[in-house]
Design a binder for this molecule. Structure first.
Ligand SMILES: NC(=O)c1ccc[n+]([C@@H]2O[C@H](COP(=O)([O-])OP(=O)(O)OC[C@H]3O[C@@H](n4cnc5c(N)ncnc54)[C@H](OP(=O)(O)O)[C@@H]3O)[C@@H](O)[C@H]2O)c1
Length: 245
C-alpha cells in the first residue's frame, strides 16, 4: 500500500508517517524541509519511505511529487492532505492584509485542492483508494484573530464534499478529520492559553491531543474500516464539538 502524506515531516503528519510505516505502508512524505526525524526514519526504513521537498502552494512542486510517485509506484492507495500553516501573526479580521490571507489560503486551501486534483489519475488506477483531509475544528469555529485560517479550513470541508461526490464512481472515498487542540509546533506559541482553557473545561476530555490520536484515525481509514463512508467527518477533538449546557 502506497501513501502520500503532505506535511508528514513534523507534528500531526509525522505521527501519521510513523504509524503508517509501522503498519507496513510505503510512504512518500512531501514538505518544504526534511526534518531530522525524517532523516532517521529513512535510515531505519530505507526501502519504505521517500522524502520529496515540495511546497504544496507551488504547482511545479506538485508536478515533481506526482512524477516521482508515478515513476516509483505507478499508483497511490492513500493520500493524506495534512500540510498546513497557521497565520504568521494572529491579527484581527479587521486588520489582516491580502498578503496575510494569501499566505494561508495558498497553502491550506489552494495547495490541498491542486495536490488532490493532480494525484487523482494515480488514485483511480486502483479498485479502491482513499483520501484523508486534515481540516480542523476551525472549519466551523470562528476565531476572529485568525480568520484566514478558519476560512481555509472551512474550504477544506467543501474540498472533501466535492471530491467525495466526484470520485465515488472511481472507488475513491474521501474522509475529513477535524483535529481539536493538538500538541505540535503549530500550537507551541499558544500552549499556555490552551492548557488553561482545557483545565477550565473547554473539552470534555481534559488533555491536549497528540499526533498519534489523529494517526490512529487515519490508520483506521487506511485499513478500509470506513469504506462505505465518503464525505464523512471525524471529529478527533477530545469532545470539543459537543454542544453543552
Ligand atoms: N496542531 C493543532 O492543534 C491542529 C488543530 C487542527 C488542525 N491542525 C491541522 O493539522 C495539520 C498539521 O498541523 P501541525 O499542528 O502538525 O502543524 P506543524 O507541526 O506546524 O506541521 C506542519 C507540517 O506541514 C508542512 N508544511 C507547511 N507548509 C507547507 C507547504 N507549503 N508545503 C508542504 N508542506 C508544508 C510542514 O513542513 P515544512 O514547514 O517543512 O514545509 C510540517 O511538516 C495542519 O493542516 C493544521 O492546520 C492542527
Amino acid at each position: 500500500m502506497v501513501a502520500i502524506i503532505t506535511g508528514g515531516s513534523r507534528g500531526i503528519g509525522l505521527g501519521i508517517t510513523e504509524t503508517l510505516l509501522q503498519n507496513g505502508f510505503n510512504i512518500i512524505v512531501a514538505s518544504r524541509n526534511k526534518s531530522e526525524k525524517i532523516e532517521e526514519l529513512i535510515q531505519s526504513y530505507p526501502d519504505k519511505i521517500d522524502f520529496i521537498a515540495a511546497d504544496i502552494s507551488k504547482s511545479e512542486d506538485i508536478e515533481t511529487l506526482t512524477a516521482f510517485t508515478e515513476k516509483k509506484y505507478g499508483k497511490i492507495d492513500l493520500l493524506v492532505n495534512n500540510a498546513g500553516v497557521a497565520p504568521k501573526i494572529r491579527k484581527d479580521i479587521l486588520e489582516i492584509t491580502p498578503d496575510d490571507f494569501d499566505f494561508v489560503a495558498d497553502i491550506n486551501l489552494k495547495g490541498t485542492f491542486f495536490v488532490t486534483q493532480k494525484l487523482v489519475p494515480l488514485m483511480i488506477k486502483n479498485e479502491h483508494s482513499r483520501i484523508v483531509n486534515i481540516s480542523s475544528m476551525s472549519a466551523y469555529t470562528a476565531s476572529v484573530n485568525r480568520g484566514e485560517y478558519c476560512i481555509s479550513k472551512a474550504g477544506i470541508s467543501m474540498i472533501t464534499k466535492l471530491f467525495a461526490s466526484r470520485l465515488a464512481e472511481y472507488g475513491v472515498s474521501v474522509i475529513e478529520i477535524r483535529p481539536g487542540i493538538i500538541e505540535t509546533d503549530m500550537t507551541a506559541k499558544v500552549k499556555e492559553k490552551y492548557d488553561r482553557l482545557i483545565s477550565e473545561g473547554i473539552t470534555p476530555i481534559k488533555r491536549m491531543g497528540q499526533p498519534e490520536d489523529i494517526a490512529k484515525c487515519v490508520l483506521s481509514v487506511a485499513n478500509g474500516n470506513f469504506d462505505f463512508c465518503t464525505g464523512t467527518v471525524i471529529d478527533c477533538d477530545g469532545g470539543f464539538s459537543v454542544r453543552r449546557l
